[in-house]
Structures are given as structure tokens and as C-alpha cells.
Design a protein around this ligand. Structure first.
Ligand SMILES: [Fe+2]
Ligand SMILES: [Fe+2]
Length: 468
């Protein structure tokens, strides 16, 4: 097999023998990780998958049946921009960095490793879900997400191996050694150590946690380190599908629950095997709050350093802002001081995690509005909501304090008292798991979820998306 067939790329890999050797050495380790930790039980099945073959906005992807281990993982970067400049921070307007600037080397490596670690982690979290898919369509979407997270790992490993020499290669190896949820060698970020073992978790994860990915990638797509910016821009095109899976998946669950509520006396949906709205709300609370943590502390010297260095910008830095230096402004946020919430002003650059988090929250709220529209359309008056951002946080200013879902400061005893109203209990999880029985006949769907409005890429819902 020639090099391009083994490692499809648009980075001229054939010309760079050192990088080629490093990637060829890493490839078998990746495949053995995929074999051990990738989707369990379906590796030899043909799945109708999209493969990235180019970066052009037209026809960048190719759809066909393929067995997952034969997926072409590939390295694709958006084309370079002529005379690219550092778009923000202290070096605003200088030529973009084509190599890693020595003084930012550690920061940059840390950013890339942290992003890279999330990609295989989510594959590990989701590896059993194929066994309980609600339809072949959903099974195919799960595997699509999984192979693309694998490709995202390649994207980050490419940067490590191409730009960081020896320690980059060591980090690339370590990305295949950590394991989601493993107490001895866990993944770096906590949301990526949480179990994602039923489909309600999966939809909430792709809605909320993949959406954190969108905002991190968007901030890095602004980076003055051009290879990183170009990599992230292309990853974002794939990421959109993952969020689509989560958003529409939850929408379909909500819709089905609403239908079952109407059909049954006392709106009891457990009896016909639906998922009650209060359980859906608790899953939202759980994944939304864990995903908020991924943005880091509200007041952060790292965020300031990364911005100053031109490494990590704001969401739509060029489109949304005129002042790209951001040295002046202040940001006011409530913090806990002597047992009360009090406003604190911090320099804007130190609050950029919170600024990015705010963009993310707005985006999540649009999803909630769509799901509530589905409830309204079915004639149900209950509504779902996002908990206030202080609720159930493990990172930043609010960690170590207790808040209700409206963001009021409460005692630990009060929190414990309400915990089973706000977060999934063992019984909730067991109940949801009890509904997870596989439905694998083309065109058939589990009772707890509505079918999708359309199939994938013009195919009908009853298309044989996976040949079992
Ligand atoms: Fe990803
Ligand atoms: Fe993703």
C-alpha cells in the first residue's frame, strides 16, 4: 500500500521523511488501541461512513460502506492563508508563527495534548453503546462520531510529531496509554472520565461535551500558531455532525416522551417504556455542569497568558471584536466571599475562559429552546431548562461551594437533600439502562425515542446503515 493510502494527507507527508517515520511508527499502536478500546463488537461489520478525503467546502467527504478498522484516518489541514498574521494579543499583527515559538513551547504543547486527550477518551467512553442502539441509523451515527474522534486524535498527534520533536513523540504515545475512568492513568479532564454507557448519556454528551469541543476548537482556530489554526478549522467541520447527533437525539427523546405522556393516563411514561422528563432534565444538569468545567477557572492567568501569546483567541475573534489586544477592559463576575456572592472585577484577559463559556451557554440555550418547541408542538406544558452555571461545578470559583439549579448559594446539607431531584440517581440510571435494548432491523426504532426527520446524506431512515 502506498503512503497516501496508509495515511491520507494534504501536508506533503511524502516529502518529510522524519515525520513519516514517526507517524508510521505510531500507526500500529493507534490501531491496537482502536482494536482494544474502540467500538466493541462491530469491528468486522460494514458501516456506511463518511470519510474525509479533502478540505474543500464542496465534496470534502466520501460516503461508502467500510469496516471501521479500515477507516482512512488521515491528516487534513485547511489551506494556509497568504500572509497570515497573529490575530490578537501582544504580538497582534505580526506574521503568524509557522514554527513553535520557543517561549511558548510548553503552553502550546499543553494546549494540544489537552485537546488531543479528549478525542480517544470519548471513544473509550462510548465503546459499549453499539450493543444497545435504538436503531441502525443511530448505530451508524455513533460509529461516525467514533471514527472522527479517532481522526481528531491523528490531527493532534500530527502537530505533536511534526512540531515538537522528541517530547512531542512521547506525548503522542501517552495519548494512547491513558484510559477514560481508569484510576491509575485517567484521561486529563474529568468529563472524559465519566461513564457514558447508555444512549441518553450519549446524546447529552454529544450535545454538551462535544459542544465544548466546538468552542475550544474555535478559540484555537484563531491561533497565531498557524498549523494549529488550520487543523482546528477543519476539525470543526466534522464536529458539527457530532453536535447534530446530540441535539437531534435529545430532541427525538423529548418528542417521544411528550407523545407517550399524551397517550397515557396521568402522563405516566414509565409504563409504556418512555423516559420521564425529570430524568432527561437530570441528565442535562449532569452533562451541562461537567462540560462547563472544561472551560477552566473563571479567573485564570493561563487564559491571559495564552491570549497574550496569540495562542488561543476568543470565539470569532476577528468577526466579533474590534479590540484584539484586550489589555484594557475589566470583567465583573460574582464570586463567593465570606459565605456570600459578591461581584468582583478582574482584568478582561484573566476572564477569557468565562467569556468563552458565556458563548457556549448561549449556544446550549438554543438547543433547549428547540426541545421545548418539540414539547409545545406535542401540547405538553412542562419545559426543560439549563441549570444556572454555578450549579454542580468542580473547577473554578464555584467548586467547593454548593448551589441550587438557579445558582443560589446553599449549604451542603441542602444540596444533599435535593441531590436526587437535580442529578441522575442510581435508580434513574438503572431505569434508563433497562430501556436500552438493541433495535437493529432497518427502519425499526426503540419505543423511547422518535425516528429522525430524515436519514443521512439523502438515504431514507430504513436504509441499511450497518450490515450486521
Ligand atoms: Fe473531536
Ligand atoms: Fe466530537
Amino acid at each position: 500500500m502506498n503512503l497516501y493510502d496508509r495515511i491520507p494527507n494534504n501536508v506533503n507527508l511524502a516529502e518529510d521523511k522524519r515525520l513519516q517515520r514517526a507517524l508510521e511508527k505510531w500507526l500500529p499502536n493507534f490501531l491496537s488501541w482502536w482494536h482494544d478500546m474502540g467500538p466493541d463488537g462491530f469491528q468486522d461489520k460494514e458501516v456506511w461512513l463518511r470519510t474525509a478525503v479533502d478540505v474543500g467546502s464542496e465534496g470534502w467527504a466520501h460516503f461508502d460502506y467500510i469496516k471501521m478498522p479500515d477507516y482512512r484516518w488521515g491528516i487534513f489541514l485547511e489551506p494556509p492563508q497568504a500572509e497570515a498574521k497573529v490575530g490578537f494579543g501582544d504580538n497582534y499583527g505580526q506574521p503568524a508563527y509557522q514554527e513553535v515559538p520557543g517561549e511558548f513551547r510548553n503552553s502550546l504543547r499543553r494546549i494540544i495534548v489537552t485537546q488531543g486527550d479528549t478525542e480517544p477518551a470519548s471513544v473509550e467512553q462510548q465503546r459499549q453503546l453499539g450493543h444497545t442502539c435504538p436503531s441502525l441509523y443511530d448505530m451508524r451515527n455513533l460509529f461516525q462520531v467514533n471514527v472522527e474522534e479517532g481522526r481528531h486524535l491523528w490531527a493532534m498527534v500530527y502537530l505533536l510529531q511534526a512540531y515538537f520533536g522528541r517530547d512531542g513523540r512521547d506525548e503522542a504515545d501517552a495519548l494512547l496509554e491513558r484510559r477514560s475512568g481508569n484510576p491509575d492513568k485517567p484521561r486529563i479532564l474529568e468529563a472524559f472520565n465519566q461513564p457514558c454507557d447508555d444512549w441518553l448519556n450519549f446524546f447529552a454528551f454529544t450535545m454538551f461535551t462535544d459542544r465544548d469541543g466546538k468552542y475550544q476548537l474555535s478559540a484555537l482556530a484563531e491561533s497565531g500558531f498557524e498549523p494549529l489554526a488550520r487543523t482546528c478549522r477543519f476539525m470543526l467541520t466534522e464536529e458539527a455532525h457530532h453536535m447534530f447527533v446530540g441535539d437531534t437525539g435529545l430532541n427525538r427523546v423529548v418528542k417521544r416522551t411528550a407523545q407517550l405522556m399524551k397517550e397515557n393516563a396521568n402522563e405516566d411514561v414509565r409504563e409504556p417504556g418512555g423516559i420521564p422528563l425529570d430524568i432527561i432534565q437530570r441528565y442535562i444538569n449532569f452533562w451541562f455542569s461537567y462540560s462547563l468545567d472544561l472551560f477552566g477557572g473563571e479567573i485564570s492567568s493561563n487564559s491571559s497568558d495564552f491570549f497574550a501569546a496569540g495562542l488561543k483567541g476568543r470565539f470569532k475573534e476577528q468577526e466579533q471584536y474590534t479590540d484584539h489586544v484586550a489589555k484594557e477592559g475589566v470583567f465583573s463576575l460574582p464570586v463567593v466571599e465570606s459565605g456570600k456572592l459578591a461581584a468582583r472585577e478582574v482584568p478582561l484577559r484573566n476572564a477569557l475562559n468565562e467569556v468563552l463559556r458565556g458563548e457556549y451557554v448561549k449556544d446550549c440555550a438554543k438547543g433547549l429552546a428547540r426541545w421545548n418547541r418539540a414539547l409545545a408542538e406535542e401540547g405538553i406544558s412542562e419545559r426543560l431548562f439549563l441549570p444556572q452555571i454555578r450549579f454542580h461545578r468542580h473547577v473554578g470559583e464555584y467548586a467547593g461551594n454548593y448551589f441550587d439549579v438557579e445558582g443560589n448559594l446553599i449549604t451542603q446539607a441542602e444540596f444533599d437533600h435535593h441531590k436526587s431531584e437535580w442529578l441522575p440517581s442510581m435508580e434513574d440510571r438503572e431505569y434508563v439502562r433497562s430501556l436500552m435494548r438493541p433495535v437493529t432491523d432497518p427502519g425499526k426504532i426503540a419505543n423511547w425515542i422518535a425516528p429522525p426527520a430524515t436519514g443521512i446524506k439523502g438515504k431514507p431512515f430504513d436504509f441499511e446503515y450497518v450490515r450486521l
